[in-house]
Design a protein around this ligand. Sequence first.
Ligand code: T1G
Ligand code: NAD
Length: 647
Amino acid sequence: MSVVSIEREGEVAVVTVDNPPVNALGQALRQGLWDAVATLDADPDVRAVVLICAGRTFIAGADVREFGKPPVEPHLPDVVNRIEGAVKPWVAAIHGSALGGGFEVALGCRFRVALDGASVGLPEVGLGIVPGASGTVRTPRVAGAAAAVDLVTTGKPVKAAKAQAMGLVDAVMTGDLRAGAVAFARAALGAPLPLPASERPVADPGADFWAEQQTAVAKRAKGEAAPLRALACVQKAVQAPFAEALAFERATFLDLRGSDQAAALRHVFFAERAAPRPAHLGDAKLLALRTAGVIGGGTMGAGIAAALRDAGLPVVLIERDAEALARGLANLQAIFDGGVKRGKLTPEQAAARMAGVSGSTDYAALADTDLVIEAVFEEIGVKRAVFAELARHCRADAVLATNTSYLDPRAIAEGLANPGRFIGLHFFSPANVMKLLEIVPTPETAPETLATGFALARALGKIPVQAGICEGFIGNRILKRYRAAAEALVRQGVAIAEVDAAMRGFGFAMGPFEAQDLGGLDIAFLQREGARAAGQEVPETLGDLLVRAGRKGQKTGGGWYDYAPGDRKPQASARVAEVLAAVITAGPALDRAAIAERLVGEMAAEGEAILAEGIALSPSDIDLVEIHGYGFPRWRGGPMHYTARKG
Ligand code: T1G
Ligand code: NAD
């Protein structure tokens, strides 16, 4: 079937787009739309046109896979202009998501009707570009400058009802979209048509508005170029004639399309979509995922339980005694209360989340759960005892998972009955917020258990990355190298604050030292001490020196930095300089760009070693770990993409 087909419903023609999976605007579709305008304009029996899509969604945008190639005619702006200039009025009938070029095509139509629950948006800035087919020029003419600025610079789609209130769509309907759109088109023929978007006047909110928006967008963009360029396009659209603004937008789009940031964001876009369904899972059968158990209601256990409840799974929370259980349930209640406070949950939703949790100290409560995730103390004896209990009480086919960070999952599972159902599921704190989930099979993990781990990630809306077994799996192993490299710079005389400033300048929310002060230096210190106690050769680190000097971070009033009471602002510390003086020798000065290159290079080098050892399956998996687990700036693409692109 061709990507564009035409049917007649009396005087209304129905143009159907069918280009799976998301009706992306590849060349064939653009050509099909181009030709349909001519065909229908030439047909005297047709008075109006409905544009509708088959499949899961309206046109979801330009085909991002074409971005790396030279643009091919007909170019989308020309297709949109052609639809707008058609003799017969077109009505876009939207279901699913009309995004980017898809919404631009809809803006070229004289009317837009949407199914209740559909959404429209211009997400291009999320790909490091701006709309390239009149989105920044027609939107203000349809919805006003302020609405256009918000839609274009945030890239966030809006649901149909809000879109109608903004003037982006003309009607919201339920039931049969096609029939509703045809009826709408017929009715529209009985009244004067509205002006095409490009001919509608638009009010300029004035200089103060643009100055405020410039400040607000720059603050939100944090180093990303596209949002500010998108703002400039909307301002041009409001202050210049349509044709001039369209040309400005197109030049901006073409300029950004080849940029490093656009390449990085496209890389992440496709990596994120490939991650939940890796090909190597094959057609492994999925195990049931209707009910879950969590062992341990501490930092991680409560977060994991919250994530499971957010996905609608009933949870049995097990703790070691009544007092700990009460604390665990209180931790969970606090998470949902926080959601209400932030407006993410209604009080009723929070109550429903908690109603789906049952607490117990008796493992027999797990007799029928499909999946159990252990999140107890990071001690092998405690964990092994927990899994012995689970083997006694859980179904033989229940998936049993450990959330350990550093212990060897094989040691935890040693001697466990039905070891094929055991797997590592390494969540990141806070577990109900952080998207990354490292999935760590043992050699005995069955294919269906591995596939079910990925299915759980999809159900929780997480980004799953499979990791082999080594100390720290992928993320914590790279973190260890990153921190060691940062300390090496300090040892050669680079100021601690300079290292953090360099990494913030690169795009991290915070540098490695201020991050340790926030999380606590003692966590890694205890991990190193544990390894030393187990006989491993672990060289002394600068962090060790500070912890031994009583400096564990903000929680002790000081770590790498000093903190005034009640103030979280890092201050350079004379005490730290004194503690480290003996191990610092002046080396070559490094500017912040060189510092960032050095540290990102170290991350990528460790990533190469991780790939060579088969611990990670692809460079893009490593990039996803760093972006979604450790705050690597998304618009840099991750250490592997960034380093490869730098050549
Ligand atoms: N181009 C090519 N492939 C795309 C695509 C796109 N725009 N969007 C999705 N896919 C693929 C995706 O890789 C996956 O492929 C499959 O479709 C299902 O995707 C000129 C320049 C539409 C909300 O940014 O937000 O228009 O892995 O798993 O969860 O101004 O896809 O199956 O082989 O995400 O149901 C602007 C991006 C482009 C929309 C559907 N448009 N897509 O979500 O499915 S720039 C976007 C999405 C542009 C114009 C500018 C989502 C979705 P595979 P999926 P989903
Ligand atoms: P935590 O100390 O906050 O919580 C551990 C909980 O386990 C406590 O509430 C304790 O009462 C409970 N517990 C101990 N023994 C138990 C038993 N026999 N039965 C039931 N409950 C028991 O620890 P945490 O930070 O939540 O870490 C838990 C696990 O998650 C560890 O393996 C850790 O390595 C891993 N992890 C931690 C983080 C993090 O950032 N904290 C991140 C990823 C993974």
